[in-house]
Design a protein around this ligand. Structure first.
Ligand SMILES: *Cc1c(COP(=O)(O)O)cnc(C)c1O
Length: 378
């Protein structure tokens, strides 16, 4: 049977994955099979290597569920009962951590910035930490997928480490697309998931944890299933997940890790995404669209564009017309500006970006959105 081509996804994950990653799932592997146990071990080893911390006192802990589940595992099971969390917020994912902490009754201090502003490590975070000795943990998002801004995790890490606090980074949409060395950044816990820039399919997420920090969290868990230390101990004991393992997803993820290596590692993947981003920005400016962030703060992962002020513009219609042509973009999530987002990640290259721009050009014509061209990308 011939199957029509799937629509091209310009979303922040799940997105387009390679055929071979999907094909890796065409097997049924028992969770107690030695082959599966070895596969999980190899995934853990490769994840630590990607984080620059293989044999360096860190552990990789996969956990079933989407990315949020692993973020919640870190927040709920590594902060002690008398702990206090500082959350640095400049978008929806930072807010989500604050909401988690509220539900978990963890005392929280929020350092909130507008969505187009990067956190200030010295000026604001160091000051907050000095002013409140009760703060034990600091959480921040790396690439805030809300806008695409890349937050300064290394600079913040230095401030957090110098002040002796524990540092958690949600690197969900950047891990695999931006080189991160956990040790150099002073990160104690980092979370990402199977369906972001490693280019696997959705189903589990993983935490890279500094072993000594993790071992000190005995008894802190506020739930059974999201207990990070117990999850790690289970895997250490006999290579088993405590609850049903996502066997097929892990087969796909292992294949995705091999393909990341074959591509040339994180640097090469970053270069491909950067090319995608350059093509996108140049084409969108040519059509008269305007980015939400200044270019110097913008990552190559996902870009927010402002709704054009043209009276004919209507996002639902714009989205539907693009969708009908086979191109799926992403709605905005900003609290203070009307935007839509276009992802430049996944198994896509510049030819897919040009295809998308062709589709957008046709929709712009159909909707009569004649806009003045903007200057070429700087
Ligand atoms: C995708 C993402 C998440 C997790 O979202 P899930 O829907 O739970 O997978 C968390 N933080 C950031 C920054 C993300 O991009």
């Amino acid at each position: 049977m011939m199957t029509a081509r799937d629509k091209l996804l310009f979303t922040p994950g799940p997105f387009i994955t390679s055929r071979t990653v999907k094909q890796a799932m065409l097997r049924d592997l028992g969770p107690r099979d030695f082959e599966f146990i070895a596969l999980v071990k190899d995934i853990q080893r490769r994840l630590l290597a990607l984080g620059g911390v293989e044999n360096a006192g860190y552990e990789a802990i996969p956990m079933q569920g989407s990315g949020t589940y692993s973020v919640e595992a870190v927040i709920s099971s590594t902060v002690p009962p008398d702990g206090k969390l500082l959350v640095v917020v400049n978008g929806a994912y930072g807010k989500r951590i604050v909401r988690m902490a509220e539900i978990l009754n963890i005392p929280t201090v929020v350092l909130k910035y507008p969505e187009n502003i990067k956190p200030q490590p010295q000026q604001d975070i160091a000051t907050k930490l000095k002013a409140d000795p009760g703060i034990t943990h600091v959480a921040m998002i790396h690439c805030e997928t809300t806008t695409g801004v890349l937050n300064p995790i290394k600079e913040v890490g230095k401030v957090v480490r110098d002040s002796g606090r524990i540092y958690f980074v949600d690197a969900m949409s950047s891990f695999g697309a931006v080189p991160i060395n956990l040790k150099e950044c002073g990160i104690d816990y980092l979370v990402s998931s199977s369906n972001k820039c490693v280019e696997g399919v959705p189903g589990f997420a993983f935490t890279l944890a500094r072993r000594d920090a993790l071992l000190a969290t005995e008894g802190y868990a506020r739930s059974l299933s999201l207990d990070l230390l117990a999850q790690w101990k289970g895997l250490e004991k006999d290579g088993q997940f405590r609850f049903t393992a996502t066997t097929h997803v892990m087969l796909a993820f292992h294949q995705a890790l091999l393909e990341l290596e074959a591509e040339g590692g994180i640097e090469a993947r970053m270069a491909r995404y950067q090319e995608n981003y350059k093509v996108l920005i140049a084409g969108m400016r040519e059509l008269g669209f305007e980015e939400y962030l200044p270019p110097e703060d913008q990552s190559h992962i996902i870009t927010s564009f402002r709704y054009p002020k043209h009276p004919n513009f209507n996002f639902e219609e714009f989205y539907r017309r693009l969708n009908e042509k086979g191109y799926v973009i992403y709605p905005g999530k900003l609290s203070d500006a009307d935007c839509f987002r276009i992802g430049t990640i996944g198994r896509i290259g510049t030819s897919e970006m040009y295809e998308l721009l062709g589709g957008i050009t046709r929709v712009v014509k159909e909707m009569g959105l004649d806009m003045p061209r903007r200057a070429a990308a700087s």
